[in-house]
Design a protein around this ligand. Structure first.
Ligand code: XLS
Ligand code: NI
Ligand code: NI
Length: 438
């Protein structure tokens, strides 16, 4: 539906002094940071679901946004109107990527046959849009959690016919992602968990999920999709317990099914905090396990206990996380998807731009801060010094597996060592971050 964004001029970089609310102050796509453009470092994506599908409803009331492409039936005409509006928005914002769920972009479908037909119909149009406008697909995913058929899970459903429907959605959506040139495929297990242990066979459900994921990986190789598959951890919501609760849990799960070299993670800050973790903890765990993939940038609310999916605005947190992202080698196939939504009262077209502009400026600042931290890497220098003992002598022997418990224990005894506690210097290190946040 062209017209909705007509009053918004393309968003330009105007610099920190600009007073234009609809301009970038820091996100300067072609600016080089550590030898690479901001655009290539950050690989920013807008998400279809919050930005174009959600109409502002909440559990207490209906939609508030009145977007012209909502309102009627969710049919092919509506899907095409939404697609026009989405690419019009992308043209004006100028971010290089977008992400979608199958059901976000297509006309509503009930049966498996309808699903396949409806998705195929819109994918032709999406392909043409990508070619014409140049906004690329970062990742695709199948929505295997909204339809009532998935109320007891998709892969983990007690009924294998439901898992088969989910498999159909994953196959079709992965094929579409491949065809559209996406660089990732995400599986967020919205209802792959349980509400009460009393009706749930936990061991069997995890086995089902492991098999399902293995089939998805096999399919990726079968069709020659060269992108990555990522699981998106989340501890709960909508179900009480989810099997993919955080990065550490996902890694254990991947190991259990021999998929740790096949599947990575898409980390979302609001999910990290719901799990009682910090965002940077999740990034660093993924780096440590070698499964870092992509980020769904957003933020939670410190007082609310749910996934508020707000646009991120905490520069300290984002700088810290960006430091660890860069230290881990940065994004390869992944990127910075804004899995974030404007508030229900932010019902103008302009609000969608304010949310994304704020997020992109924040990432740009975090990137520059993190790059400056790395240039003179005092955190790294401190850690190198702190762990120096493990690089030679006894420490190196322990790490390499050369030493037995007897040998190490006898070393302590024979040397009669009495190591002095050394300061962890937390305040000093926190000052480094405070001073790096610009
Ligand atoms: C929900 C998730 C979801 C995934 C994609 O909490 O963040 O939006 O990113 O299914
Ligand atoms: Ni997400
Ligand atoms: Ni989320």
């Amino acid at each position: 539906m062209s017209g909705y964004f007509d009053h918004i001029d393309p968003i330009k970089f105007e610099g920190a002094e600009s007073e234009n609310d609809l301009a970038f102050k820091y996100y300067d796509a072609k600016k080089k940071v550590m030898g690479k453009t901001m655009e290539d470092h950050l690989r920013v994506a807008a998400c279809y679901w919050h930005t174009f599908c959600w109409d502002g409803f909440d559990v207490f009331g209906g939609g508030t946004f009145n977007r012209p492409w909502h309102g009627g039936q969710n049919d092919q005409a509506a899907a095409e109107a939404k697609l026009d509006a989405a690419f019009d928005f992308f043209d004006r914002l100028g971010q290089p990527f977008f992400c979608f769920h199958d059901v976000d972009i297509m006309a509503a479908a009930e049966t498996p046959k309808e699903h396949v037909e409806s998705l195929a119909k819109i994918i032709d149009k999406v392909e043409a849009k990508i070619e014409k406008h140049g906004t690329k697909l970062l990742w695709g995913t199948a929505n295997n959690f909204s339809h009532p058929r998935y109320m007891a899970g998709a892969a983990t459903n007690p009924n294998p016919d439901v898992a088969a429907f989910a498999a159909l959605q994953v196959r079709e959506c992965m094929n579409a992602t491949h065809r559209l040139g996406g660089s990732g495929y995400v599986l967020w297990g919205g209802r792959e968990g349980y509400d009460t242990i009393l009706n749930t066979n936990v061991g069997q459900e995890m086995e089902q999920l492991g098999r399902f994921l293995t089939m998805a990986v096999e399919h990726k190789h079968k069709i020659g999709f060269k992108g990555d598959i990522w699981i998106e951890p989340k501890p709960h919501e909508p179900t009480k317990h989810q099997y993919d609760r955080d990065v550490g849990t996902v890694y254990g799960f991947l190991k259990q099914y021999g998929l740790e070299n096949e599947v990575g993670v898409n980390i979302e800050p609001n999910h990290a905090t719901l799990a009682g973790n910090s965002f940077e903890h999740e990034v660093e765990m993924a780096n440590a396990f070698g499964i870092f993939g992509s980020i769904d940038f957003n933020r939670g609310d410190p007082q609310n206990g749910w996934d508020t999916d707000q646009f991120p605005n905490d520069l300290r947190e984002t700088t810290t996380a960006m430091y660890y992202i860069l230290k881990g080698g940065g994004f390869k196939n992944g990127g910075s998807n804004f899995d974030a939504k404007v508030r229900r009262q932010s019902n103008d077209a302009a609000d969608l731009f304010h949310g994304h502009i704020g997020g992109m400026d924040l990432l740009a600042r975090a990137l520059m801060n993190a790059a400056a931290m790395i240039e003179k890497d005092r955190l790294q220098a401190f850690k190198d010094e702190r762990y120096a003992g493990w690089r030679s002598g006894l420490g190196a022997k322990m790490l390499s597996g050369e030493a037995s418990l007897d040998e190490v224990a006898d070393h302590a005894l024979s040397e009669n060592t009495s190591p002095a506690p050394v300061s962890g210097r937390q305040e000093m290190l926190e000052n480094y971050i405070t001073n790096a946040v610009k």
